[in-house]
Design a protein around this ligand. Sequence first.
Ligand code: PSV
Ligand code: MN
Length: 402
Amino acid sequence: MPDKIADQVFKALDNFDVELPSWGFADTGTRFGKFFQAAAASTVEEKFHDAGLVHKLTGCCPSVAVHVLWDFKPGQSPKEVAKLARKQGVRVGSINPNVFQDQVYKFGSFCSPNPKARKAALDHTLDCVKIGKESGSNLLSMWLADGTNYPGQDSIYRRKKDLESALAKISSTMKKQWPGATMLVEYKPFEPAFYHTDIADWGMAAAFARAAGKNAKVLVDTGHHLPGCNIEHIVAFLLSEGLLGGFHFNDRKYADDDLTLGSIDPYAVFRIFDQIVQFTFETGKKPAIAYMVDQSHNLKPKLEAMVQTVDEAQKLFARAHLVDRKALAMAQKSMDIVAAERILRDAFETDVRGLLAEWRLTHDLPVDPLAELRSSGVIAKLGKDRAAARKARGEVQASSYA
Ligand code: PSV
Ligand code: MN
């Protein structure tokens, strides 16, 4: 590979950060049950520790997304939480309000017919704005479980209006109290609602974001699409509208499966990165995109799953930078479909492991972070230490394996 291209990829990798989700290190499961892992993190300190370890191994995960209800003890100061993160070599990233777990949200949050639920959601989110500012974050990540299960259950029009005014209020409060921060609006076609979801797709998220204010953008969770959906087209469209705010990375075969990135369809992830690189090539603009992971595993060891995803993201991101953009433009201009497709495939099929290893060496990082993690014995050690710590706290894990 010519030095010039390798340099370009190195520069791109230098600027490619991936945020890790605190909840990706904790015990999770499906609605059929949880399978515990001895090494799973149960306190925010442990979650930051694990994120810090992934950052140490990969060099590209300096921030951690927090879910306020799951990570902040009642009354705990955001500054204190930010300090705990710093102690582990990471910082607090996106703030995720939780407007779906409390009983008051049975019929929705901002869209609920119950004014108490709407008020609770707004109060909690405005608290999150304060938390975000105080913890030094610059992202508020909004995901709602709002929707209905049966036709006729509620007025879709009333729900939309209530959501619009809540998001506008949050966005304007952010402008005043947390300037420079971005509100990300995430969509999902179904689950937990099974008839209609109030922010079901990217178009609705874009309309809500646009109505809310300039500090609002769309968050694309790669698992939140119906089968067959062309995600890279959505990405290109949002980029050209100035509305792409970020990603929640994971992979899926059927629905929101939360599998490790690229485990099912790496070419699809490559095509997303390709559109992002292409956008900069065509417009000269470098949009601020928050790349975040949103996955949770109850079978793969959590730390390994996270390193796998980050490693895969770096590889596919690097490959997208190998596309010969000028040759592609020529092929497109001359309507040579086969040549154009081959240019993409050539980049996608290039083995970038050596290049990535070199980049890691230049950054004093292990050349193979997953191998390093697996041979370190750290997961077994954490399993032992955490089992003992849980016992000391009087907590019981029903079953465990690391
Ligand atoms: C919902 O499925 C989601 O993708 C949202 O981003 C939540 O914040 C996250 O998963 C964790 O439940
Ligand atoms: Mn998500």
